[in-house]
Design a protein. Structure first.
Lengths: 363, 74
């Protein structure tokens, strides 16, 4: 076995929460507002359904093939060669997604806070930090995630400071044009929720598998509540002005002002948000490295981690020259690519596995 | 291609090699081969002007174009 570490179910839940929420809070409010208008908070509720489904599929697959990740059991479920090809597709997907996450992070930091710093430096410094965390295995990723997620969830309390500025009337009329606009708005956030399938890479290292299901559910539920609360706050604060903003959550935190001296909250928020992004990048980076080591049947994960970092940086920039291209990639392509790889293909694997499991016992 | 990028990438690859190679003495040949192959792929790819080249993201955008028309995000 490549990985010798063990993590608890709670640590896994704490890892998955920022993996979904940290980048979703940047783009999801403005994107959902574009299609769902003042029903944007229903969109995240609907989108979370994909999160529950993906998590359930990963859990059921793990029960059929215990102590194996998706890269390992795909060669057992479908013919060996096809399984290897599917494994390569998964590796490519996670490598490319890590690149996209790093790029999203670097774009945001350089756009909002550090316009003079070369973007490649912002991207590679975060990646280098994650690389060292990943090199030390699943335990170091899980423990850093545990500490950082507690700090990361803290800013939601700051949102309470906005209560005097909210206009509850912005929520009306609810479902003016039926459920269809909310469904269209849910297409983009559900690709974030589909990332809960990544628990497939961590379930084999759990010390108690039943706790894994419980904490997985808690994690999806917490992500749903957080994103819905944030969307609702943004709606009540800005109304229909949201669609013109690229980072509405940042604008909301800039809005906070206590007295005449306590302002510019967004600097603290950014520092906290980077912690969440570090967890997200290390979870993705770990999945890609572990997947590659298992796909090649290596003895250790360490040799592939740092070289993969170079490939991740390459994927972060390959044919994505500007911020507009990144946004288009995430909303126009990843919104379908993510659920295809993390919900639909695993669902097919699960149904094939069920059929194959049934056959020998009945005959 | 710019010389700055070329030299920068060479320095990073040399640093990774110097850091990792002494630590993987006991590992089998396959692990060493994977390490060197990945570094070489990374090095070769950085020789191109990737940012303005068609790549995996372009391929995926073409594949998912029929779906993205549903939302018309551009």
């Amino acid at each position: 076995m490549i990985e010798k570490g063990k993590i608890s179910g709670m640590q896994m839940g704490f890892m998955m929460y920022p993996t979904v929420v940290s980048t979703a809070i940047l783009m999801v409010p403005s994107v959902t507002e574009k299609y769902a208008h003042n029903d944007l908070w229903i969109s995240t509720l609907l989108a979370s359904l994909v999160g529950f489904i993906s998590m359930y599929i990963a859990y059921q697959l793990h029960r059929l093939y215990p102590n194996q990740t998706v890269i390992q059991y795909s060669v057992h479920i479908i013919p060996r060669l096809a399984g290897k090809v599917l494994g390569l597709l998964f590796l490519f997907f996670y490598l490319h997604s890590t690149g996209a996450v790093v790029r999203e992070y670097a774009d945001f930091i350089s756009d909002a806070f550090l316009p003079q710093t070369p973007m490649i430096f912002i991207a590679s410094s975060l990646l280098l930090l994650s690389a060292f965390s990943v090199r030390y295995g699943v335990e170091s990723v899980a423990r850093s995630a545990f500490i950082f997620t507690i700090i990361f969830a803290f800013p939601v309390i700051f949102l309470l400071l906005l209560i005097p500025d909210l206009t509850p009337g912005n929520i009306l009329p609810v479902m003016e044009h039926g459920i269809l606009p909310s469904l269209r708005g849910a297409i983009v956030p559900q690709s974030w929720f589909s990332e809960f399938f990544m628990i497939s890479f961590f379930l084999p290292f759990l010390s108690d598998i039943r706790k894994g299901r419980k904490w997985g559910l808690i994690s999806v539920f917490a992500a749903m509540i957080s994103l819905t609360t944030i969307n609702l706050t943004i709606l009540l604060l800005f109304g229909d002005r949201v669609s013109g903003m690229s980072y509405p959550v940042l604008n909301a935190f800039r809005y906070i002002r206590m007295g005449v001296f306590f302002e510019n909250f967004e600097a603290i928020i950014m520092a906290i948000w980077i912690l969440g992004n570090f967890v997200k990048v290390s979870v993705f980076y770990y999945s890609a490295s572990l997947g590659l080591a298992q796909w090649l049947n290596l003895k250790d994960i360490k040799p592939v981690v740092l070289p993969l970092g170079i490939l991740i940086i390459i994927f972060a920039y390959w044919s994505l020259p500007s911020f507009q291209d990144v946004t288009y990639y995430l909303t126009g392509t990843f919104a379908y690519y993510g659920p295809l790889m993390q919900t639909i293909i695993p669902a097919c694997l699960l149904s094939i596995a069920f059929v194959r499991r049934k056959r020998p016992s009945s005959s | 291609m710019k010389w700055g990028t070329f030299i920068g990438v060479m320095v990073i690859i040399a640093a990774i090699f110097a850091y990792e190679w002494p630590r993987m003495k006991q590992l089998p040949k396959k692990d060493k081969a994977a390490f060197i192959a990945l570094l070489s792929i990374g090095w070769i790819l950085t020789l191109f002007d990737l940012q303005n080249m068609a790549g995996p993201a372009t391929v995926l955008e073409t594949i998912f174009k029929p779906f993205s028309k549903l939302l018309d995000t551009r």
